[in-house]
Ligand binder design. Structure first.
Ligand SMILES: [Zn+2]
Ligand SMILES: [Zn+2]
Length: 390
Protein backbone atom coordinates (compact mmCIF):
# COMPACT_ATOMS: atom_id res chain seq x y z
CA UNK A 1 0.00 0.00 0.00
CA UNK A 2 1.29 3.42 -0.93
CA UNK A 3 0.26 7.00 -0.20
CA UNK A 4 -0.88 9.00 -3.22
CA UNK A 5 1.33 12.02 -3.74
CA UNK A 6 2.33 14.28 -6.56
CA UNK A 7 5.54 16.03 -7.39
CA UNK A 8 7.88 13.10 -8.08
CA UNK A 9 11.11 14.34 -9.54
CA UNK A 10 10.66 12.29 -12.72
CA UNK A 11 12.41 9.25 -14.12
CA UNK A 12 16.17 9.47 -13.54
CA UNK A 13 18.81 7.94 -15.73
CA UNK A 14 20.70 5.51 -13.58
CA UNK A 15 24.32 4.68 -14.23
CA UNK A 16 26.63 2.06 -12.81
CA UNK A 17 30.14 3.41 -12.34
CA UNK A 18 32.35 2.08 -15.11
CA UNK A 19 34.91 3.36 -17.55
CA UNK A 20 32.03 4.44 -19.79
CA UNK A 21 30.16 6.05 -16.89
CA UNK A 22 33.15 7.88 -15.46
CA UNK A 23 31.93 11.22 -16.78
CA UNK A 24 28.52 10.94 -15.09
CA UNK A 25 27.78 13.89 -12.79
CA UNK A 26 29.28 13.33 -9.35
CA UNK A 27 26.72 15.29 -7.34
CA UNK A 28 24.35 12.34 -7.03
CA UNK A 29 27.01 9.91 -5.92
CA UNK A 30 27.01 8.47 -2.43
CA UNK A 31 30.16 7.40 -0.64
CA UNK A 32 29.76 3.69 -1.18
CA UNK A 33 33.20 2.86 -2.50
CA UNK A 34 34.82 2.45 -5.87
CA UNK A 35 31.85 0.88 -7.60
CA UNK A 36 29.23 3.37 -6.35
CA UNK A 37 26.14 3.96 -8.43
CA UNK A 38 25.96 7.44 -9.97
CA UNK A 39 22.82 9.43 -10.65
CA UNK A 40 22.04 12.66 -12.46
CA UNK A 41 22.67 15.60 -10.14
CA UNK A 42 19.01 16.72 -10.15
CA UNK A 43 17.74 13.45 -8.64
CA UNK A 44 17.26 13.10 -4.89
CA UNK A 45 17.88 9.48 -3.97
CA UNK A 46 16.36 7.52 -1.10
CA UNK A 47 19.62 7.57 0.86
CA UNK A 48 19.84 11.37 0.61
CA UNK A 49 16.16 11.84 1.45
CA UNK A 50 16.40 9.48 4.44
CA UNK A 51 19.49 11.31 5.70
CA UNK A 52 17.68 14.65 5.40
CA UNK A 53 14.77 13.24 7.46
CA UNK A 54 17.10 11.79 10.11
CA UNK A 55 18.89 15.10 10.28
CA UNK A 56 15.62 17.01 10.71
CA UNK A 57 14.44 14.55 13.37
CA UNK A 58 17.65 15.10 15.31
CA UNK A 59 17.01 18.83 15.34
CA UNK A 60 13.56 18.35 16.96
CA UNK A 61 12.89 17.92 20.66
CA UNK A 62 11.53 14.48 21.65
CA UNK A 63 7.85 14.16 20.74
CA UNK A 64 5.35 13.00 18.14
CA UNK A 65 6.84 14.93 15.23
CA UNK A 66 10.36 13.77 15.91
CA UNK A 67 9.15 10.16 16.05
CA UNK A 68 7.19 10.62 12.81
CA UNK A 69 10.29 11.97 11.05
CA UNK A 70 12.42 9.05 12.24
CA UNK A 71 9.76 6.57 11.07
CA UNK A 72 9.58 8.35 7.73
CA UNK A 73 13.38 8.18 7.39
CA UNK A 74 13.38 4.40 7.94
CA UNK A 75 10.42 3.95 5.57
CA UNK A 76 12.33 5.78 2.81
CA UNK A 77 15.53 3.87 3.55
CA UNK A 78 13.70 0.53 3.34
CA UNK A 79 11.63 1.35 0.24
CA UNK A 80 12.64 -1.10 -2.52
CA UNK A 81 12.32 1.53 -5.27
CA UNK A 82 13.84 4.98 -5.57
CA UNK A 83 11.04 7.43 -4.70
CA UNK A 84 12.19 9.63 -7.56
CA UNK A 85 10.92 6.95 -9.92
CA UNK A 86 7.44 6.50 -8.40
CA UNK A 87 4.45 8.77 -7.84
CA UNK A 88 3.38 7.34 -4.50
CA UNK A 89 5.31 7.03 -1.25
CA UNK A 90 5.18 4.07 1.19
CA UNK A 91 2.21 4.12 3.57
CA UNK A 92 4.63 3.38 6.41
CA UNK A 93 5.47 7.10 6.31
CA UNK A 94 3.38 8.63 9.15
CA UNK A 95 0.80 11.20 8.09
CA UNK A 96 2.42 13.89 10.27
CA UNK A 97 5.63 13.58 8.25
CA UNK A 98 4.03 13.63 4.79
CA UNK A 99 4.22 17.44 4.26
CA UNK A 100 7.93 17.41 5.13
CA UNK A 101 8.58 14.42 2.88
CA UNK A 102 6.71 16.11 0.00
CA UNK A 103 8.72 19.32 0.46
CA UNK A 104 12.04 17.45 0.50
CA UNK A 105 11.11 15.24 -2.47
CA UNK A 106 10.42 18.33 -4.54
CA UNK A 107 14.09 19.38 -4.22
CA UNK A 108 16.05 19.10 -7.45
CA UNK A 109 19.36 17.66 -6.34
CA UNK A 110 21.51 17.56 -3.20
CA UNK A 111 22.14 21.33 -2.94
CA UNK A 112 18.43 22.13 -3.12
CA UNK A 113 17.73 19.35 -0.60
CA UNK A 114 20.26 20.77 1.85
CA UNK A 115 18.77 24.24 1.39
CA UNK A 116 15.31 22.86 2.20
CA UNK A 117 16.66 21.12 5.31
CA UNK A 118 18.32 24.34 6.47
CA UNK A 119 15.05 26.23 5.98
CA UNK A 120 13.15 23.67 8.02
CA UNK A 121 15.54 23.34 10.96
CA UNK A 122 17.61 26.53 11.06
CA UNK A 123 21.27 26.94 10.17
CA UNK A 124 23.24 26.17 13.33
CA UNK A 125 22.59 22.51 14.11
CA UNK A 126 24.99 19.63 13.40
CA UNK A 127 24.50 17.67 10.23
CA UNK A 128 24.57 13.91 9.61
CA UNK A 129 26.33 11.18 11.53
CA UNK A 130 29.02 8.66 10.58
CA UNK A 131 26.77 5.88 11.91
CA UNK A 132 24.67 6.13 8.72
CA UNK A 133 27.49 6.34 6.19
CA UNK A 134 28.19 3.46 3.84
CA UNK A 135 24.81 1.71 4.19
CA UNK A 136 22.85 0.59 1.11
CA UNK A 137 19.19 1.53 0.92
CA UNK A 138 16.78 -1.23 -0.11
CA UNK A 139 16.44 0.46 -3.52
CA UNK A 140 20.23 0.42 -3.99
CA UNK A 141 20.34 -3.27 -3.09
CA UNK A 142 17.77 -3.93 -5.82
CA UNK A 143 19.82 -2.01 -8.38
CA UNK A 144 23.04 -3.79 -7.44
CA UNK A 145 21.31 -7.14 -7.96
CA UNK A 146 19.87 -6.11 -11.31
CA UNK A 147 20.74 -7.23 -14.79
CA UNK A 148 24.44 -7.72 -15.43
CA UNK A 149 25.42 -7.75 -11.72
CA UNK A 150 28.65 -9.68 -11.08
CA UNK A 151 27.04 -11.86 -8.36
CA UNK A 152 23.58 -13.41 -8.50
CA UNK A 153 21.72 -14.35 -5.28
CA UNK A 154 19.86 -17.06 -7.24
CA UNK A 155 23.18 -18.94 -7.43
CA UNK A 156 23.63 -19.07 -3.65
CA UNK A 157 23.82 -22.65 -2.35
CA UNK A 158 24.62 -22.17 1.35
CA UNK A 159 22.31 -20.31 3.77
CA UNK A 160 24.49 -19.35 6.69
CA UNK A 161 24.30 -17.71 10.10
CA UNK A 162 20.69 -17.79 11.23
CA UNK A 163 18.92 -18.24 14.54
CA UNK A 164 16.09 -20.40 15.85
CA UNK A 165 13.90 -20.56 18.94
CA UNK A 166 16.80 -22.30 20.65
CA UNK A 167 18.30 -18.82 21.16
CA UNK A 168 16.72 -15.52 20.07
CA UNK A 169 15.09 -16.59 16.79
CA UNK A 170 11.32 -16.74 16.40
CA UNK A 171 10.95 -20.10 14.66
CA UNK A 172 11.88 -23.78 14.89
CA UNK A 173 14.97 -25.21 13.23
CA UNK A 174 12.80 -27.27 10.86
CA UNK A 175 10.81 -24.20 9.75
CA UNK A 176 14.01 -22.26 9.07
CA UNK A 177 15.42 -25.24 7.12
CA UNK A 178 12.26 -25.50 5.01
CA UNK A 179 12.41 -21.75 4.31
CA UNK A 180 16.07 -21.99 3.27
CA UNK A 181 15.15 -24.89 0.98
CA UNK A 182 12.36 -22.84 -0.62
CA UNK A 183 14.92 -20.13 -1.33
CA UNK A 184 17.03 -22.63 -3.28
CA UNK A 185 19.73 -23.50 -0.72
CA UNK A 186 21.27 -26.98 -0.77
CA UNK A 187 23.07 -26.60 2.57
CA UNK A 188 22.63 -24.46 5.64
CA UNK A 189 24.52 -23.61 8.82
CA UNK A 190 22.37 -22.79 11.83
CA UNK A 191 24.23 -20.61 14.32
CA UNK A 192 22.31 -20.05 17.52
CA UNK A 193 23.91 -17.99 20.26
CA UNK A 194 25.85 -19.61 23.06
CA UNK A 195 24.99 -19.33 26.72
CA UNK A 196 27.89 -16.96 27.41
CA UNK A 197 25.98 -14.09 25.86
CA UNK A 198 24.04 -12.68 28.76
CA UNK A 199 21.56 -10.67 26.68
CA UNK A 200 19.95 -13.63 24.91
CA UNK A 201 18.77 -17.08 25.86
CA UNK A 202 21.72 -18.99 24.41
CA UNK A 203 22.42 -22.71 24.10
CA UNK A 204 24.20 -24.62 26.85
CA UNK A 205 25.86 -28.03 26.36
CA UNK A 206 22.53 -29.83 26.71
CA UNK A 207 20.88 -27.51 24.20
CA UNK A 208 23.71 -28.05 21.72
CA UNK A 209 23.35 -31.85 22.05
CA UNK A 210 19.59 -31.66 21.59
CA UNK A 211 19.93 -29.50 18.51
CA UNK A 212 22.50 -31.93 17.11
CA UNK A 213 19.93 -34.72 17.35
CA UNK A 214 17.37 -32.61 15.49
CA UNK A 215 19.91 -31.85 12.78
CA UNK A 216 20.76 -35.56 12.42
CA UNK A 217 17.06 -36.37 12.19
CA UNK A 218 16.52 -33.73 9.47
CA UNK A 219 19.57 -34.92 7.53
CA UNK A 220 18.35 -38.55 7.64
CA UNK A 221 15.00 -37.54 6.20
CA UNK A 222 15.81 -34.59 3.93
CA UNK A 223 19.61 -34.29 3.80
CA UNK A 224 19.62 -34.96 0.06
CA UNK A 225 17.53 -31.80 -0.43
CA UNK A 226 19.21 -29.58 2.17
CA UNK A 227 22.20 -30.61 4.27
CA UNK A 228 22.04 -29.02 7.70
CA UNK A 229 25.22 -28.22 9.62
CA UNK A 230 25.46 -27.18 13.24
CA UNK A 231 27.20 -23.94 13.99
CA UNK A 232 27.26 -21.63 17.00
CA UNK A 233 27.56 -17.88 17.22
CA UNK A 234 30.21 -17.79 19.92
CA UNK A 235 31.03 -14.74 21.99
CA UNK A 236 34.54 -13.30 21.84
CA UNK A 237 35.37 -12.51 25.46
CA UNK A 238 37.36 -9.41 26.43
CA UNK A 239 40.65 -11.39 26.38
CA UNK A 240 39.92 -12.76 22.88
CA UNK A 241 39.05 -16.31 23.97
CA UNK A 242 35.59 -17.77 23.28
CA UNK A 243 32.76 -18.68 25.61
CA UNK A 244 32.60 -22.23 24.18
CA UNK A 245 34.82 -24.83 25.95
CA UNK A 246 37.19 -26.62 23.57
CA UNK A 247 35.64 -30.03 24.22
CA UNK A 248 32.30 -28.64 23.00
CA UNK A 249 33.67 -27.46 19.64
CA UNK A 250 33.93 -30.84 17.88
CA UNK A 251 31.74 -31.04 14.81
CA UNK A 252 30.52 -27.46 15.23
CA UNK A 253 31.28 -24.49 12.97
CA UNK A 254 31.97 -21.47 15.12
CA UNK A 255 31.17 -17.99 13.93
CA UNK A 256 32.84 -15.74 16.48
CA UNK A 257 31.48 -12.30 17.25
CA UNK A 258 31.75 -9.42 19.68
CA UNK A 259 28.44 -8.26 21.18
CA UNK A 260 29.66 -6.58 24.36
CA UNK A 261 31.53 -3.34 25.03
CA UNK A 262 30.84 -2.18 21.48
CA UNK A 263 30.92 1.43 22.62
CA UNK A 264 34.44 0.90 23.98
CA UNK A 265 36.76 3.18 22.03
CA UNK A 266 39.88 1.20 22.97
CA UNK A 267 41.76 -0.61 20.22
CA UNK A 268 40.38 -4.17 19.81
CA UNK A 269 43.05 -5.52 17.44
CA UNK A 270 44.65 -7.92 19.94
CA UNK A 271 41.22 -9.24 21.03
CA UNK A 272 40.21 -9.99 17.43
CA UNK A 273 43.58 -11.51 16.47
CA UNK A 274 43.44 -13.80 19.49
CA UNK A 275 39.91 -14.89 18.56
CA UNK A 276 41.00 -15.77 15.01
CA UNK A 277 43.57 -18.19 16.48
CA UNK A 278 40.99 -20.02 18.60
CA UNK A 279 40.47 -23.67 17.52
CA UNK A 280 37.28 -24.26 15.52
CA UNK A 281 36.65 -20.68 14.41
CA UNK A 282 35.15 -20.79 10.91
CA UNK A 283 34.24 -17.12 10.46
CA UNK A 284 34.44 -13.74 12.12
CA UNK A 285 30.83 -12.54 12.30
CA UNK A 286 29.77 -8.90 11.80
CA UNK A 287 33.40 -7.88 12.39
CA UNK A 288 32.85 -4.16 12.96
CA UNK A 289 29.80 -4.45 15.20
CA UNK A 290 28.31 -1.36 13.60
CA UNK A 291 24.56 -0.64 13.67
CA UNK A 292 22.71 1.74 11.39
CA UNK A 293 22.13 5.14 13.01
CA UNK A 294 23.25 3.74 16.38
CA UNK A 295 26.97 3.05 16.47
CA UNK A 296 29.94 3.01 14.13
CA UNK A 297 31.50 -0.11 15.63
CA UNK A 298 34.82 -1.27 17.00
CA UNK A 299 38.17 0.41 16.66
CA UNK A 300 40.93 -1.88 15.38
CA UNK A 301 43.87 -2.00 13.02
CA UNK A 302 41.81 -3.79 10.42
CA UNK A 303 44.68 -4.51 8.05
CA UNK A 304 46.33 -6.57 10.80
CA UNK A 305 43.04 -8.37 11.55
CA UNK A 306 42.40 -9.11 7.87
CA UNK A 307 45.97 -10.38 7.30
CA UNK A 308 45.55 -12.72 10.25
CA UNK A 309 42.18 -13.97 8.96
CA UNK A 310 43.61 -14.56 5.47
CA UNK A 311 46.68 -16.34 6.88
CA UNK A 312 44.54 -18.68 9.01
CA UNK A 313 41.86 -19.04 6.34
CA UNK A 314 39.17 -17.84 8.73
CA UNK A 315 36.27 -16.41 6.73
CA UNK A 316 35.25 -12.80 7.11
CA UNK A 317 31.51 -12.40 7.29
CA UNK A 318 29.57 -10.01 5.11
CA UNK A 319 26.48 -9.61 7.26
CA UNK A 320 23.47 -8.61 5.16
CA UNK A 321 21.05 -7.82 8.00
CA UNK A 322 19.98 -4.38 6.71
CA UNK A 323 20.70 -2.53 9.96
CA UNK A 324 24.14 -4.16 10.20
CA UNK A 325 25.68 -4.30 6.67
CA UNK A 326 28.95 -5.34 8.25
CA UNK A 327 31.71 -5.14 6.92
CA UNK A 328 31.09 -1.68 5.54
CA UNK A 329 32.24 -0.81 2.01
CA UNK A 330 35.61 0.77 2.71
CA UNK A 331 36.80 -2.02 5.04
CA UNK A 332 35.37 -4.64 2.67
CA UNK A 333 37.59 -3.23 -0.07
CA UNK A 334 40.63 -3.58 2.21
CA UNK A 335 39.66 -7.17 3.06
CA UNK A 336 39.32 -8.04 -0.64
CA UNK A 337 42.76 -6.54 -1.34
CA UNK A 338 44.22 -8.54 1.58
CA UNK A 339 43.10 -11.80 -0.05
CA UNK A 340 40.48 -12.83 2.50
CA UNK A 341 37.69 -15.33 1.83
CA UNK A 342 34.12 -14.53 2.79
CA UNK A 343 30.91 -15.88 4.28
CA UNK A 344 27.63 -14.19 3.34
CA UNK A 345 25.21 -14.10 6.26
CA UNK A 346 21.55 -13.24 6.57
CA UNK A 347 21.69 -13.26 10.40
CA UNK A 348 18.02 -14.26 10.10
CA UNK A 349 15.93 -14.45 13.26
CA UNK A 350 12.76 -15.24 11.24
CA UNK A 351 12.21 -17.18 7.98
CA UNK A 352 11.52 -13.90 6.16
CA UNK A 353 14.98 -12.62 7.14
CA UNK A 354 16.72 -15.35 5.13
CA UNK A 355 16.44 -13.07 2.10
CA UNK A 356 18.89 -10.68 3.77
CA UNK A 357 21.70 -12.76 2.26
CA UNK A 358 20.77 -10.93 -0.96
CA UNK A 359 21.80 -7.67 0.74
CA UNK A 360 25.14 -9.33 1.47
CA UNK A 361 25.39 -10.30 -2.21
CA UNK A 362 24.78 -6.65 -3.16
CA UNK A 363 27.49 -5.50 -0.74
CA UNK A 364 29.90 -8.09 -2.18
CA UNK A 365 29.00 -7.05 -5.74
CA UNK A 366 29.72 -3.42 -4.95
CA UNK A 367 33.11 -4.35 -3.48
CA UNK A 368 33.90 -6.61 -6.47
CA UNK A 369 34.42 -9.68 -4.29
CA UNK A 370 35.25 -12.58 -6.65
CA UNK A 371 32.59 -15.32 -6.51
CA UNK A 372 35.31 -17.94 -5.96
CA UNK A 373 36.15 -16.32 -2.62
CA UNK A 374 32.60 -16.65 -1.25
CA UNK A 375 31.80 -20.03 0.30
CA UNK A 376 28.02 -19.65 -0.06
CA UNK A 377 28.33 -20.05 -3.84
CA UNK A 378 30.08 -23.42 -3.44
CA UNK A 379 28.80 -26.96 -2.98
CA UNK A 380 28.82 -28.06 0.66
CA UNK A 381 31.69 -30.52 0.07
CA UNK A 382 33.91 -27.72 -1.23
CA UNK A 383 32.73 -25.07 1.22
CA UNK A 384 33.34 -27.23 4.26
CA UNK A 385 36.39 -29.14 3.06
CA UNK A 386 38.71 -29.84 6.02
CA UNK A 387 35.91 -29.08 8.46
CA UNK A 388 34.28 -31.82 10.48
CA UNK A 389 30.57 -31.71 9.67
CA UNK A 390 27.38 -33.61 10.29
ZN1 LIG B 1 25.63 -11.43 16.39
ZN1 LIG C 1 23.57 -13.73 14.65
Amino acid sequence: MLHDTTGAAGEPELHRTSAAGASAPAAGRRGLGRAAIRYPAAVVRNGQLAEALFSLAESHPPGELRLALVRAAYAVFDCPRELATVTRVPDTIPLEALPTVAMLRAARGEDALQAAVQRLRGPLLPRGTPTREGFLTAAEVGELLGLGAPLDPRHLRGACHFHTQASDGTTSLEAMARAALRRGASWAVVTDHTRGLACVNGLDAEGVALQRQRIASWNRRRGDELWLVQGLEAEILPDGTLDVPRRARDGVLLVAAIHTELGDRRDQTARLVRALAEPGVWALAHPQGRLFSRRSGLRANWEVVFREAAGRDVLLEINGFPRRQDLGPSLLAVAVATGCRFLLASDAHHPRHLSFDATAVAMASLARVPEARIVNFQMVETALANRLVG
